[in-house]
Design a binder for this molecule. Structure first.
Ligand code: NAP
Length: 291
């Protein structure tokens, strides 16, 4: 008779009746790196938590939030296309989520669901710890005026940076500046790039093979830093061109990890193991991350 070998597992290798559940909602969401990233962090810290990806169609955010409430899911990540609709469905918003009108993280306080937005803080942390730049003392040009740009602009502005927003559709840049109503945020033209300490590439250009460059790389060079929020591909054409012109460059991996790390901290109260999270999804992330 063949006796089955008992499974040998770590203490929290399998979910139990006590496991705390967190999730990401989005559409599409099956490509998400977040489950591997967060589950590796829980495992590394020996926490009985589990993170799953839940595909939720456009128009179903409110039903999903009701489900989170009913199922006692303790934390939620929110991605496209739900960031704005979840902001309207939760009970309370953090000041940043309220200013952005967008939520990428929900936490639970008893029966109350609170919407947060960690994108901007994640970006600023990644610049501080990964690039050795103090954003509060920097002259910054943000190229782009979509959701990611808004989050980055608000966090940089609150840190004290002087920011010029440049976008293909000027009206959108003007709308952001009007809504933020901060004296250190204004619109500008692409030529302002040549005068910036830090340039943030926040358009979606560079993800597609045939995309044009988001700006003329001759505008950037030595003594300047370019951060492209895109991390796939790892090295976009504008990153390559700016590096050739002598600029310090980075992609969006730092922001991705730090915004996730902040979500981890919000839900668990623990310091996020950023190196573990990066390694789990095969991202190279080498600088000062676990300080
Ligand atoms: P979004 O809201 O759709 O905004 C897209 C931006 O790209 C707009 O400013 C748009 O300009 C510009 N754009 C698109 N096509 C263009 C073209 N052909 N020429 C010039 N400008 C063009 O997108 P998002 O959510 O802000 O995301 C922007 C990028 O950030 C994406 O690549 C995303 O992957 C990345 N991202 C990274 C992280 C991270 O953690 N690293 C987080 C969030 C987003 P118009 O206003 O003129 O249309």
């Amino acid at each position: 008779m063949c006796r089955e070998k008992p499974l040998r597992m770590n203490e929290f290798a399998l979910p139990t009746a006590k496991t705390k559940l967190v999730a990401v909602i989005g559409d599409p969401v099956r490509h998400s790196l977040s489950p591997v990233m967060f589950n590796s962090a829980f495992r590394a810290l020996g926490m009985d938590w589990l993170y799953v990806a839940l595909p939720v169609k456009l128009g179903s955010s409110r039903a999903a939030i009701d489900g989170i409430r009913a199922l006692n899911i303790v934390g939620l990540s929110v991605t496209t296309p739900h960031k704005e609709t979840v902001a309207a469905a939760v009970d309370q918003l953090s000041p940043v989520a309220m200013k952005l009108g967008a939520v990428n993280c929900v936490r639970r306080s008893g029966e109350v669901l609170i919407g947060e937005n960690t994108d901007g803080k994640g970006f600023v942390e990644s610049v501080r710890s990964g690039l050795g730049l103090e954003p509060g003392r920097s002259k910054v040009v943000v190229v782009g005026a979509g959701g990611a740009a808004r989050a980055v602009i608000l966090a940089l502005a609150e840190a004290g940076a002087t920011i010029a927003v440049v976008n293909r559709t000027k009206d959108k840049a003007e709308k952001i500046v009007d809504q933020m109503a901060m004296k250190n945020v204004s619109t500008s033209g692409f030529e302002s790039i040549s005068d910036a300490d830090l340039v943030v590439q926040a358009t979606s250009l560079g993800m597609g093979n045939d995309d044009p460059l988001p700006f003329d790389p001759n505008l950037i060079g030595k003594g300047q830093t370019l951060v492209d929020l895109i991390y796939h591909p790892e090295r976009t054409p504008i990153v390559a061109a700016a590096a050739e012109h002598g600029a310090q460059t980075a992609n969006g991996v730092g922001m991705l990890l730090h915004q996730a790390g902040e979500q981890f901290r919000i839900w668990t109260g623990e310091k996020p193991p950023l190196q573990v999270m990066a390694a789990a999804v095969g991202l190279s992330f080498g600088q000062n991350t676990d300080e």
